[in-house]
Ligand binder design. Structure first.
Ligand code: DAH
Length: 357
């Protein structure tokens, strides 16, 4: 065997070992060029064929070809193998578990006060009331005068309001057209009476404003629901029956109720309406100041001059009205000790009340 044959065989062994060690496509490529490149080891050996004795040439040529073919096959095989391995590795590292649970989506829910408002709408809807809404920015006339509260009336102190300033006047002065933020939803009574013909049965949920020092039970911004009925032969008995049914619908059949004399300029007679304490059930506790009762609304028979301001003849029609604070009802329902918590937009508080999803 010629020297060349030995070297071919040696090269084949070396190349196989190098290929086996080549771990990726780039390493296989490096082996290929070190063998078959322009000055690769196999290329040089093949050149050497020309210098052989003519008698040895055919035999050596055959071997050289065989080695070349084998190495080329081994190179492509190895290349494929490392590519497959790379792919499998990537697949393993990027695996997606399609059965894994997804990330939870944060779903919002209604504010607890709005949940109570919706509940009141449903209760009164069942009693035959429709919803009638009025503007948050009102006139002095609607908010006070039409409700039997003239400018010098001492009851105005109970509803101290936020006045809208006259444009361009410094220092600020209340607008001359009497524009104010409404202090209660009662002006919507006037709007409803002017817009609708009796029999009228409306509730008027909405936002109100007052000039208040904010504390645990008072805010400058709050929500009320007002109710108004105008019809022929409407009496105090109708008012009492309706409110008693309402209290049981809202707080349960066990709820006891009572009426106390009250005062509002727009109703005569006026009452305060109490329910047995929602915390202690009537035994007496800190929440009801040991009385066993909680006041949830004011009510009364619509004052004749209010009926007149609404465009109805008090000799022909009577009505009753009631008004309640939504925020207070919400606080009581959830035993929330401070109104400011409800108004804070603090999710740690609000997320505890998800009933209105
Ligand atoms: N508007 C009153 C307030 O804000 C509540 C009220 C009392 C409304 C008696 C009424 C009513 O309709 O009849 O304090």
């Amino acid at each position: 065997m010629s020297d060349l044959t030995d070297r071919l065989q040696q090269l084949q062994t070396d190349a196989q070992a190098e290929l086996a060690a080549a771990g990726d496509a780039a390493a296989v490529e490096a082996v290929r060029s070190s063998l078959l490149g322009r000055s690769g080891r196999l290329t040089l050996l093949l050149h050497g064929l020309a210098e052989l004795d003519p008698a040895e040439r055919p035999e050596a040529g055959k071997l050289a070809n065989a080695v070349r073919q084998e190495l080329e096959a081994a190179l492509s095989q190895r290349l494929e193998a490392v590519r497959d391995a790379g792919g499998a590795e990537r697949l393993a590292s990027e695996a997606l578990d399609m059965s894994a649970p997804g990330h939870p989506v944060r779903v919002g829910h209604l504010h607890p006060t709005l949940t109570v408002e919706r509940e009141l709408r449903e209760i009164f809807h069942a009693f035959g009331f429709e919803v009638f809404e009025g503007p948050e920015i009102e006139t002095d006339e609607m908010n006070f005068e039409a409700l039997n509260i003239p400018p010098d009336h001492p009851a105005r102190d109970l509803w101290d309001t936020l006045y809208v300033a006259e444009p361009g006047v410094d220092p600020p002065e209340p607008a001359h057209d009497g524009t104010i933020l409404r202090t209660h939803t009662s002006p919507v009574q006037i709007r409803a009476m002017r817009a609708l013909a009796p029999p009228i049965r409306v509730i008027t949920p909405g936002r109100c404003f007052r000039y208040e020092a904010v504390d645990a039970s008072r805010n400058f911004e709050f929500f009320q629901v007002e109710g108004l009925v105008v019809d022929r032969d409407t009496s105090m008995a109708d008012l009492k029956g309706m409110l008693e049914e309402f209290a049981r619908a809202l707080y349960g059949e066990e709820t006891r109720t009572r009426f106390r004399p009250g005062y509002y300029p727009f109703t005569e007679p006026s009452v305060a309406f109490d329910v047995s304490c929602l915390v202690c059930g009537g035994i007496g506790c800190a929440a009801c100041r040991r009385s066993g009762w909680m006041t949830i609304l004011g009510a009364g028979m619509v004052h004749p001059s209010v009926l007149r301001a609404g465009g109805h003849d008090p000799d022909e029609f009577q009505g009753y009205a009631f008004g309640m604070g939504l925020d207070r009802i919400t606080l009581l329902r959830h035993a929330i000790p401070d109104l400011r918590l409800l108004m804070s937009a603090d999710l740690r508080v609000l997320e505890q009340f998800t009933a209105g999803r």
